[in-house]
Ligand binder design. Structure first.
Ligand code: 5GP
Length: 185
């Protein structure tokens, strides 16, 4: 099958961990690597976690219409390259995007058959605890990211599915069920 799936969720919700597990057990899904102007965190690799670029180069790609969607999130730009998505779908494979809710809604408008999945935390308190506990962001950046949560939850109303990440195992099982169901349609 060749379907486009999008997973979104607020910073700290644990979507990275859930997606990693999902991909380990499911090799029919290809994850798109996004382009960003954000600086790499410790351990992040260019071409594997993101394509890290300068803002000038990002804007050139915007002008050249290379992105299927892009958005500014918490002071940085993030975008999905069209080429990978189109070629992978053409080759008959499922594509997964891990992008924010603004980008997801842009995709849904262009390609309504896209399956949007929102990963939600068990509670906002738990989300804050996870984001602070992750230790990858400054206090300033954490505040900025938490200020996006309300809007993300509003946008999640337009999603096809919401999966609560209470435990990684439960969330992965629910995602597998969604992928199986959607691939039968
Ligand atoms: P982070 O800086 O924590 O890696 O990502 C911040 C946010 O940007 C997350 O919500 C993530 O899903 C989103 N994001 C990552 N890549 C893309 C992309 O290509 N497009 C859009 N719109 N959002 C993205």
């Amino acid at each position: 099958m060749n379907k486009l799936f999008v997973i979104s969720g607020s910073s700290g919700v644990g979507k990275g961990t859930v997606i990693k597990k999902l991909l380990q057990s499911n090799n029919s899904i290809k994850l798109s690597v996004s382009t960003t102007t954000r600086k790499p965190r410790d351990g992040e690799i260019h071409g594997e976690h993101y394509f890290f670029v300068e803002k000038e180069d990002f804007l050139k790609s915007v002008d050249n219409d290379e992105f299927i969607e892009w958005a500014e999130f918490s002071g940085n730009c993030y975008g999905t390259k069209k080429e990978f998505v189109e070629n992978t779908l053409k080759n008959g494979q499922n594509v997964l995007l891990e992008i924010d809710t603004q980008g997801a809604l842009q995709i849904k408008e262009k390609l309504p058959e896209t399956v949007l999945i929102f990963i939600a935390p068990p509670s906002i308190e738990e989300l804050k605890k996870r984001l602070i506990g992750r230790g990858t962001e400054t206090e300033e950046a954490i505040k900025k990211r938490l200020s996006c949560v309300e809007n993300e939850q509003k946008n999640s109303k337009y999603y096809d599915y919401t999966v609560i990440n209470d435990t990684v195992e439960n969330a992965v099982l629910k995602l597998e069920e969604i992928f199986d169901k959607e691939n039968q349609n």
